[in-house]
Design a protein around this ligand. Structure first.
Ligand code: UGB
Length: 597
């Protein structure tokens, strides 16, 4: 089929050409001119084939085989849950600040010295429609700290809590990127000195896209504008497992004595408030897999953690994706499908895709699978005959499907935390967020930022501070609770016990106030705040803050998302601060200080 073009190819390329031809891909070469014409393009084509082959567990042959099988199942309307009955699983439910929560936090902080973190950040965030990479987005605009900085500083706070004198723990961080995010992620890190991490602590692993498919025979789709290029699309966050495995980094971690791998997503500004306790649960319960979950509103766009029991006796606790939960329930004796129970929530806890895996069993499993995760395909058919697609499709996979291949002996659990504490992602653009059914979370930049103020306010309240009640305000068509704008660095308030140890006496914060704590050893005692207060201090400065701080503070102003005069980061949240007046204090040298205006 390739004729004399075959001789242009290297031995490796020739092997791959044979694989393609034997697997129904002759159409790829049908229009190739004789040698001498487009030879460089032909070589470039095979360079891409080599990349596609090497980045998929089992290579292109396996990809085509899997695609044929999944496309046939999809055409036949095969239910992926055939034989399985869903039921509500039981897991650990924690309440912030309670005795067992504090105990788990303490254990978790200690375990963190044996942990590695993995951030999946290859997604473009199409639903959000932000032009930059999502991890560069400010988590809140009081300090302007972006998600990546917040994540890194949280990991550094955990690291710091485990370092004594000379023996410095260094917690590794892997960031999975893609062609869409790689360059900009690296640039963000480099231009900010890795936000305080050692560059050697951070590893970027880039996921490759997978080949698109034109039809039910899994014929690879050519780029309509370039017959020497195969169309590709993202394969999904499930790639993280095969990438970690093939990079060899898991072995490095194992040899270094690490025990836990924590996976997390790109835009959840609350996450690290829940991490220490969740890791404590993993260690205490010896979970091989622990998924973090929150109470889920029916139809909310997060998966439901479900126990699936097969008629043959098999049973597993697994995420069922939001679009599959309703049909599964309807087909299994829940005629109303995905609905709230009398508690006002779905009985199935919501998966927030924060997974904690025990490294040993994880490596053992990946040695068998190569990191391949159960995939799915979602073709948009032209008509009911299901013979052709509206546009090319591809296989996809999700990182939370990892437990699907585990043996029944695996210890798979989950930990439910309060939503206000653990989960406020930024996924939806203003327009879509405004259309979210009333009572369901917006998952927008507006709600994501307000959730940080709410969580910090609630935590300080729990620690004994009188924090004023919120007011309701509407930004970009979304009604949100506006709490005092309280922020702190992770090193200030890593755990509830630590926060409690830093506030004492009679403290109060009024509704319109702003409080930004940027230092580590800042102790709040008998502080009465009505205005804006920003305290910065180097780690060796111990500062006592108290007394009455009163000024005109920062007010909130509406910004319309369509107002192109405003920067995009403000437009997507629908508000900005008018910094009328503030008290700003800074301690740049070690020592003991007292700030009492
Ligand atoms: N991501 C990648 O790194 N690579 C990819 O190819 C795709 C994504 P989305 P999704 O917690 O709110 C998930 O798109 O997939 C990264 C769970 O499946 O934001 O719609 C991307 O950068 C769902 O069960 O989410 O839904 C981002 O960091 C529920 O838990 C992450 O993967 C939901 O998240 C998630 O990508 C949730």
């Amino acid at each position: 089929i390739l004729g004399n073009n075959f001789d242009l190819l290297s031995p490796q390329q020739q092997e791959l050409a044979k694989v393609l031809i034997e697997n129904g891909q002759t159409h790829l070469f049908r229009d190739w001119p004789a040698p001498g014409v487009d030879d460089d393009d032909k070589k470039a084509f095979f360079d891409q084939i080599i990349r596609l082959d090497s980045s998929y567990p089992g290579g292109l042959e396996a990809y085509i085989r899997n695609a044929k099988r999944l496309l046939a199942d999809s055409k036949a309307g095969k239910n992926p849950f055939d034989g399985f009955t869903p039921s509500v699983p039981t897991g650990e439910t924690l309440t912030y600040g309670e005795e067992n929560f504090i105990k788990f936090e303490e254990t978790g902080v200690q375990e963190a010295r044996k942990a590695a973190f993995v951030l999946v950040a290859g997604g473009l965030g199409e639903r959000l429609g932000y032009s930059g990479i999502k991890v560069a987005l400010p988590a809140e605009t009081t300090t302007g700290v972006c998600f990546l900085q917040n994540y890194i500083e949280s990991i550094l706070a955990l690291q710091d809590a485990n370092s004594q004198g000379e023996s410095q723990t260094k917690i590794p961080l892997v960031i999975m990127t893609s062609d869409d995010t790689h360059g900009r992620t690296l640039e963000l890190l480099e231009s900010n000195s890795y936000f305080g991490m050692q560059p050697t602590q951070v590893t970027l692993l880039k996921q490759e896209k997978v080949a698109c498919l034109d039809d039910n025979d899994a014929r690879l789709a050519l780029d309509p504008h370039n017959k020497y290029k195969i169309q590709t699309k993202p394969h999904g966050h499930g790639d993280v497992h095969s990438l970690l495995y093939s990079s060899g980094i898991l072995k490095v971690w194992h040899n270094a004595g690490l025990k836990w791998v924590l996976f997390f997503q790109d835009t959840n500004g609350l996450l690290f408030k829940a991490i220490p306790a969740a890791l404590g649960v993993s260690a205490t319960k010896q979970y091989h897999v622990n998924s973090l979950a929150v109470p889920r509103k029916a139809k909310e766009a997060i998966g439901g953690i479900t126990r699936l029991t097969h008629s043959d006796g098999r049973s597993m606790v697994i995420n069922v994706e939001y679009n599959q939960l309703d049909p599964l329930l309807r087909a299994s004796g829940y005629p109303d499908g995905d609905v709230n129970s009398e508690t006002g929530y779905s009985p199935f806890p919501g998966n927030i895709n924060q997974l904690i895996l025990e490294l040993g069993p994880y490596i053992e499993e990946l040695s068998k699978t190569g990191g391949a995760i159960q995939e799915f395909v979602n073709p948009k058919y032209k008509d009911a005959s299901k013979t052709s697609f509206k546009s090319s499709t591809r296989l996809e996979c999700m990182m939370q499907d990892y437990p699907k291949t585990l043996p029944p002996s695996a210890r798979v659990g989950f930990t439910v935390m309060e939503t206000w504490l653990a989960y406020a992602p930024v996924k939806n653009n203003a327009e879509d967020a405004a259309k979210v059914p009333k009572g369901n979370p917006y998952h927008s930049a507006t709600s994501g930022e307000m959730a940080i103020y709410r969580a910090n306010s609630l935590i300080l309240k729990k620690a004994g501070v009188q924090v004023a009640d919120p007011v309701l305000q509407v930004f970009n068509g979304q009604e949100v609770e506006v709490w005092p704008r309280i922020t702190w660095k992770p090193k200030w308030g890593l755990t509830y016990s630590l926060i409690k140890s830093k506030v004492s006496g009679n403290c109060s914060i009024s509704q319109g106030s702003t409080l930004a704590i940027k230092g580590k050893k800042i102790f709040i005692e008998n502080l009465s705040l009505d205005g804006a207060l920003i305290i910065d201090a180097v780690d060796d400065a111990e500062v006592n803050v108290g007394g009455l701080v009163q000024n005109r503070g920062w007010s909130l102003e509406n910004v319309d998302y369509k107002d192109t005069k405003e920067p995009e980061v403000l437009r997507i949240r629908g508000f900005k601060f008018n910094k009328v007046e503030q008290k700003e204090v800074k301690y740049s040298e070690a020592g003991k200080f007292s700030f009492k205006p």
